[in-house]
Design a protein. Structure first.
Length: 346
């Protein structure tokens, strides 16, 4: 064969591949061969499919400041925004999204002892905010109790007695009692607040001790279940309805910041890489399907659906300029390596 003929064959081969790889025939071939391809993938040892070192380098690349700024943070914010928007439009109640048997499992979780960490209870109850609330509540309680029960000023006490004996000439006593009551209340308020300054913390510690001691009793387990029931009965849109535009934007920004920080954190990346390396090393020689089976994963693939989802991506990739150029270079490499004047075999 002359070099001119080889060049002609090369051009025709390139044109054939470019058309064939995006044709309807290629789509049918892709669907027909997909089951065998997946079977071959599941039969491949895990160590040939995953390079732990390459995964670690990919994590490092994602953690680079430019990647965080241009990819990770925007992607995290967009994903969170989509979730919030979907939740706002969801009118179903939360329980409707629970799978069959899910509520029973949730109840069993809520029945577990020590489900609420003691340290969390202590941090919440001993906070300055709750201490201030406790002081206000106790102050109003003591004040009302003093007004209703104090025998000197309560309606049933000394004032009632004075009303009964007033006709006998004790008219000035009522005015004196009013002055005395005003003075008593003026002195009582700072004394109550001074007393509560320390007592409110003591009361909070007592509440903490009671919650810890009785947190697993039937009454408190019932309370946890009651709260869970209330949440499940709410419309999903109502559960996120308090997030206005500003709050949503802050939540999206926070979610993006957290995602970026997790990737940026070297100890987290190191532990993740070590875990991946250890997993791959432990299962490197086992076929992927066997590894999945060890964890109870048995893929049931709908190949029609999978092919329909993947083929547009494969076809589009084969039609891109870079892939077509690569295919052409492979064909050219073959034909250019043939000697001039190639004789056909007998």
């Amino acid at each position: 064969m002359s070099r001119a003929l080889l060049n002609e064959l090369k051009a025709r081969q390139i044109a054939f591949l470019e058309a064939r790889l995006v044709s309807e025939a290629a789509a049918r071939d892709f669907r027909e061969r997909l089951p065998a391809g997946v079977a071959a993938l599941l039969a491949t040892p895990l160590g040939e499919l995953i390079d732990a070192g390459a995964v670690a380098r990919a994590l490092d690349a994602l953690a680079a400041e430019e990647s965080l700024r241009r990819a990770v943070r925007p992607a995290a914010a967009a994903a969170l925004a989509a979730l919030v928007e979907a939740a706002r439009a969801e009118r179903r109640r939360a329980r409707e999204l629970m799978p069959e048997g899910g509520r029973d499992k949730l109840d069993r979780i809520l029945e577990q002892p020590k489900i609420v960490p003691e340290r969390l209870v202590r941090e919440v109850l001993e906070s300055a905010a709750l201490d201030a609330v406790m002081r206000d509540v106790l102050y109003d309680t003591l004040k009302e109790f003093s007004e209703k029960v104090n025998p000197f000023f309560a309606e049933w006490g000394l004032p009632s007695l004075l009303k009964r004996i007033a006709p006998f000439g004790l008219g000035g006593v009522g005015k004196a009692m009013g002055t005395l009551q005003g003075e008593f209340e003026r002195r009582l308020e700072p004394e109550i607040r001074r007393f509560l300054q320390g007592f409110s913390r003591t009361a909070m510690r007592q509440v903490h001790d009671i919650l810890i001691a009785k947190g697993d009793t039937p009454e408190f387990v019932g309370l946890r279940k009651h709260v869970a029931t209330w949440v499940l009965e709410q419309e999903i849109c109502a559960l996120v309805g308090q997030l206005d535009a500003k709050s949503s934007a802050l939540a999206e920004e926070l979610g993006a910041d957290v995602a970026a920080q997790v990737l940026r954190d070297r100890p987290v990346r190191a532990r993740t890489s070590e875990a991946i390396a250890a997993f791959v090393a432990a299962h490197a020689r086992a076929p992927l399907g066997e590894v999945l089976g060890r964890f109870g994963i048995a893929p049931a693939v709908d190949f029609d659906a999978l092919a329909a989802a993947l083929w547009p991506l494969v076809r589009s990739a084969c039609a891109t300029g870079p892939v077509r150029a690569w295919l052409a270079s492979v064909v050219e490499e073959f034909f250019d390596g043939l000697p001039d004047g190639l004789e056909p075999s007998a």
